[in-house]
Design a protein around this ligand. Sequence first.
Ligand SMILES: Cc1ncc(COP(=O)(O)O)c(C=O)c1O
Length: 465
Amino acid sequence: MEPYRIKAVEPIPFPSEVERERALTKAGYNLFRVPASQVTIDLLTDSGTGSMSAAQWAAMMTGDEAYACSPSYERFESVLRDLSGFDEIMPVHQGRAAERVVFSTLLGPGDIVVSNTHFDTTRAHVEVTGSAAIDLPCPEAADLDSDYPFKGNIDLQALTGLLTGPDGHRVKAVVMTITNNGGGGQPVSLENLRRVRTVCNEHGLPFLLDASRFAENSWLVLQREQGHGFREPIEVARATFDLADIFWASLKKDGLANIGGVIGVRENAALAGRFRQEVILNEGFSTYGGLAGRDLDALAQGLTEVIDPRYLADRADTARWFAETLHKAGVPVVQPAGCHAVYVRAGEILPHIPAHQFPGHAWSCALYLEGGIRAVEFGTLLLGSGGGKAPHELVRLALPRRVYTRSHLEFVAESAINVGRLADDLTGYRIVGASPALRHFTAVLEPIPRDNAPPVADARASTAG
Ligand SMILES: Cc1ncc(COP(=O)(O)O)c(C=O)c1O
């Protein structure tokens, strides 16, 4: 059960069917553009959407708003130093700000960065420097049914192959994203992280850690990986940070607060100085990094709460139960569930909608129309800006931290089951207007009329072929 009780509540909106239809049409069929006041259950993201504890709200009142070197920064720095063992800690306003600082400093045109999977903002910040972002997920990640425990791992053989091949000299860093948000929220094993460290040592490369969900990854390592002798998630977290040269995190996730990010640099004063310069140019003085003192205090407290085994056990159990509930009702999901989201295999529910007509998006829109539930497509709309096709057409049902109860999620499951019944009648979408980078955030779309869509039977036959 949840290891907390509810002290403050807020009503949730219940737009009518007509209001939902109107809101979706007005938003150009893009759920990012639908007003939150028209959403009943908001599973768009787990980022910055969590509830803070009474202790965090109290900590905010101790926030010190001095421009430089405030006590709030000292508390923030001290918690992160203890947790990570890194000596240079720089706050930034969110994860992508950290990515901008790190990649604009480290990369130039023609460089390559390799990752288990770059998250979309990470990829965008690599590519904007003229570099290439290469994903090398482990082969087990391709099988959405298998219960392989660490589908977030990088493919070590492919990594070594790339580094010893003709483009090896262009590789400037390896990024490990824990957990692997772009790859179904799957965890990365400590064994895999350790072997990446060895490969980085052999090739003189920096090991970069995107630690946005470090606590959730640590919990899943503790549950699923034998032989390390760890008893507490905080020990796994420390062992993970110990492997990296640089880390950053969007603290809107495991910081348990609504805004914030951080960059950590280990024993490299010159590099830290270059990052600090970028932080000051873009974010503000390097002891507040675009945040208020009260945000730093909320984060310092949140980072001590997130590593609590009872909290993490409940979070993982809720995700597992939600995935099981959907699976048993015939809604296919990526197995096994991680912590922060359940990923629905929309491409399998709507096999008559080809990838370029965005089946995941069609399923998300149908879920919104059915129950006022907002989710996000993780398929060709999000991953295929360059004209490519996503490996899987998924929809992410993200779980905000400490916000929704299981009865809210039961309602989501019922709505998802109802959408399944409508599947044959759903059609795809086409893009009417979109920006070249991160197009899913702002794209305007329109449904493809039934007459223009391929007949269900024909499309199924061609998909199967
Ligand atoms: C793994 C990962 N890295 C980076 C980011 C970007 O963080 P932010 O949204 O705080 O800019 C996210 C956001 O969801 C993420 O999941």
